[in-house]
Every structure is written in structure tokens, then in C-alpha cells.
Design a protein around this ligand. Structure first.
Ligand code: NAD
Length: 212
């Protein structure tokens, strides 16, 4: 238990890793084969020590003076995020936001595979959104149970969020990417990642008006 706790990766590290990965793909496209922590740090305006500390949580070891072999580093970072395999998710709520997420093709590069989408609106059920046939949300728990789907992307209105999450957790969902601006109550074994675009917007407007 203590060893497992000691290895717990800080959330800021986890949040930085996708930006490393995007940069590594860019270096790979340029034909680079080795990359140093300093190269990464300079490009992302971080300190090399920070990058080294973050990389230490992955299973790669750098070589003095050369850095990291780029291909191996990409593999190692993807393994760290569990993006080397597809993480299956269902999306519930195919409104404006749900549709926008469904039409974003780069999800597959992140190892996220949306395998089914559901809504409660009879006018949407059976329709096609971005190549997905919208299923009846009443059938969602059965689908999750039968297919062992671990992740739920929740894009329903606030008032529907907890109940929709409850049904899906009963069916075995272990992680919820919650876009509804409301706290979802879960048992300790279910992880909720709350997403809020307006948190970023708040920083933008506050900083833009600083001093003015
Ligand atoms: P929307 O009204 O366009 O879509 C909501 C969809 O959910 C509809 O298709 C509706 O039929 C469906 N729905 C309602 N109850 C349901 C249920 N019980 N089961 C299944 N489907 C159900 O709304 P939207 O603009 O797409 O926003 C969706 C959610 O995302 C809202 O909670 C909104 O506040 C939130 N949102 C969050 C962010 C963010 O930054 N996190 C940004 C925009 C919107």
C-alpha cells in the first residue's frame, strides 16, 4: 500500500504529458531520432529538471549527452497514459457539445475509442451523428455491461447528470469525463474528471484585463 502511494503521479505531471507527446510527434515528423529534456523544455518553456522529473514517472531512461531515443520515448509516454491501447468509452448526451466531441477525429490518436453514443430524446434516437447511430439511453447500461466499457463521456444537461451517471456506474463504468457543470457523486472506486472550458476562459479574461 505504501509503495503504491509513493508512486502516485502528481496530477500536474499527468496534465503536462499530452503536450510532451504532441511535441514528440512533431520532432518525429521532422526526422529527429534523439531528443533531450532540454529540447523539450525549451520548446514548452519549462525547466529541464521539470521535464526530467516528469519523464522519470515513465519507464524510459535517458542516455547522457544524447537524451532519449525518440521512438522509445513516444512509446513509453503512450504506455504511461495507457494510450497505447484503445480505452473504450460511451458518450451519453448527443446535443451541441456531444456532437462537437463526436466530430473531433483526433480522439483516436489519444487511445480513446467512443464505441457507442446514447440520448434520451426520441427525435435523436436512431439518427446518425458523425457515423454513430444514436442509441436509446435506456439500452446504455446493458451495452456497457455486455462490452465491459470502462469510460463514460457525460454531455447531458445538469439536471440529468447524476441519474445518468448512477445508471452507468451500476453497469460497471469506472471513469467519468463529466462536462456537465455539476458535481457527480460516485463511490471511491469511480474516478470523475470534471471538465470546464470556462475555467480557461476565466483565466484568459482576468489576465487580459490585468492593469487595464
Ligand atoms: P444540449 O441541450 O444541446 O444537449 C444535451 C443532450 O442531452 C440532448 O441531446 C438531450 O436530449 C440529452 N439528454 C438529456 N437528458 C438525458 C438523459 N437523461 N440521458 C441521455 N441523454 C439526455 O446541451 P449542450 O450544449 O450539448 O451541453 C451539454 C452539457 O455540457 C450541459 O450540461 C452543459 O452545461 C455542458 N457544457 C459544458 C461545457 C464545459 O466546458 N464543460 C461547455 C459547454 C456545455
Amino acid at each position: 500500500m505504501e509503495a503504491a502511494e509513493a508512486k502516485k503521479v502528481p496530477v500536474p505531471t499527468i496534465r503536462r504529458i499530452p503536450s510532451y507527446l504532441r511535441l514528440l510527434y512533431q520532432f518525429q515528423a521532422e526526422g529527429r531520432r534523439w531528443i533531450s529534456a532540454t529540447d523539450i523544455a525549451d520548446s514548452l518553456e519549462l525547466k529541464p529538471i521539470q521535464v526530467r522529473k516528469d519523464m522519470a514517472f515513465t519507464d524510459i531512461t535517458g542516455t547522457p549527452k544524447k537524451g532519449y531515443p525518440l521512438g522509445e520515448l513516444i512509446d513509453s509516454v503512450r504506455r504511461f497514459l495507457h494510450w497505447e491501447k484503445l480505452n473504450q468509452a460511451v458518450l451519453v448526451g448527443t446535443g451541441v457539445l456531444g456532437k462537437a466531441l463526436l466530430s473531433y477525429p483526433a480522439f483516436l490518436d489519444t487511445g480513446l475509442e467512443i464505441s457507442a453514443v446514447f440520448d434520451s430524446d426520441p427525435s435523436k434516437i436512431g439518427s446518425d451523428i458523425g457515423g454513430f447511430r444514436v442509441g436509446d439511453v435506456a439500452e446504455a447500461p446493458g451495452y456497457v455491461r455486455e462490452n465491459g466499457i470502462p469510460l463514460l463521456i457525460l454531455t447531458v444537461p445538469v439536471e440529468a447528470a447524476q441519474e445518468a451517471a448512477d445508471r452507468m456506474m451500476e453497469a460497471g463504468i469506472r471513469g467519468i469525463w463529466n462536462f456537465a457543470p455539476v458535481k457527480i457523486y460516485t463511490p471511491p472506486e469511480v474516478f470523475v474528471q470534471q471538465e470546464d472550458l470556462f475555467a480557461g476562459l476565466a483565466v484568459l479574461t482576468e489576465r487580459t484585463h490585468q492593469g487595464g
